[in-house]
Design a protein around this ligand. Structure first.
Ligand SMILES: C[S@@+](CC[C@H](N)C(=O)[O-])C[C@H]1O[C@@H](n2cnc3c(N)ncnc32)[C@H](O)[C@@H]1O
Length: 294
């Protein structure tokens, strides 16, 4: 293959290499990587298609293309990922925000009135994509993000700063809700939910590049739900909601845990691919009057 001379040539060349390495979205990945190394956005790349590439760009392209071909996700190469229209910085310490998790945002926003002071808690905040999106969409809300990983919290703090949310967010190191006294109108969580024995079978982009602490849900994948559902019920205000991301085949078991904890109005929401993705439940005031809350 001849040495690429123009941006269009280089992009084609990168796409072919990624396709040969079985990358599902070779063309998109090549565009994102080229945009990153050239500093040109997608529109500029289209306008500069026939412009000769600057010195050194070819070698930078070879580096990022080989990283992607070896399985490293694009977000981990370029250091950021879009989520609900905002940019989140990512590192080896956090799960890349996933489009599937936007289903949680879609389910949560109608439950959060705009002109109200609301308290939100995000368990296992990682990059902070869930909590920070909700706070950005609800300017009167305040939030607490908790994570067991100090390195993930470092990334979350950076994102809170870049998104201008530091005044409305607290980020704490912790184990789910242990030791947390504050109450909330909504608790959200996308906990690790992969069965431990399945982790080695995951796609290498996940298995090798997402932190294990973000994936490992214990023997049956449900360990974190067992730890956090009951304490969430206790910390929610009357009428408050719990929204949980779940993995394939977990809707029934997690919904049972929510029922046992006292939640009402339990609903499952599907992602764009039609898979059960979110479980939501409410702590209804009726239950509190009946004395469920101790
Ligand atoms: C699947 S990731 C979700 C990250 C982010 N909320 C998102 O949706 O992209 C799960 C997160 O839970 C955190 N985590 C795992 N065990 C935890 C625990 N016991 N207490 C608090 N956070 C925990 C991990 O460090 C990781 O950041």
């Amino acid at each position: 293959m001849s040495t690429p001379k123009s941006f269009a040539d280089l992009q084609r060349h990168m796409t072919q290499k990624l396709r040969a390495a079985d990358c599902d979205m070779a063309a998109l990945d090549a565009r994102l990587l080229l945009s990153h190394i050239s500093g040109l956005n997608e529109t500029q790349l289209a306008l500069e298609a026939e412009t000769p590439i600057p010195l050194g760009l070819d070698s930078a392209a070879r580096t990022v293309t080989s990283q992607r071909a070896a399985g490293r996700p694009v977000a981990k190469i370029i250091g950021h990922k879009e989520f609900w229209g905002r940019r989140f910085q990512v590192s080896q310490a956090v799960l890349d925000p996933r489009p599937d998790s936007e289903t949680l945002i879609e389910a949560a926003l109608p439950l959060l009135p705009e002109a109200q002071d609301l308290q939100l808690i995000d368990l296992g905040t990682g990059s902070g994509c869930l909590l920070m999106t909700l706070l950005a969409e609800r300017p009167m809300a305040r939030g607490l993000g908790i994570d067991k990983s100090p390195a993930a919290l470092h990334m979350a703090r950076r994102n809170a700063h870049l998104l201008g949310l530091r005044a409305r967010i607290a980020l704490r190191h912790g184990d789910w809700l242990r030791g947390i006294k504050r109450t909330a109108d909504m608790i959200v969580a996308n906990p690790p939910y992969i069965e431990r024995g399945q982790i080695d079978r995951l796609d290498k982009a996940v298995r090798l590049f997402d932190p294990r602490v973000a994936l490992d849900g214990g023997g049956d994948g449900l360990g974190p739900y067992r730890c956090l559902i009951k304490p969430s019920f206790a910390r929610l205000k009357s009428g408050g909601h719990l929204l949980l991301e779940i993995g394939a085949g977990q809707a029934e078991a997690v919904s049972e845990l929510m029922t046992e904890a006292g939640f009402d109005n339990i609903e499952v929401k599907q992602d764009l691919a039609g898979r059960d993705r979110i479980l939501q439940g409410q702590k209804s005031s009726r239950k509190i009057k009946k004395g469920f809350e101790k």
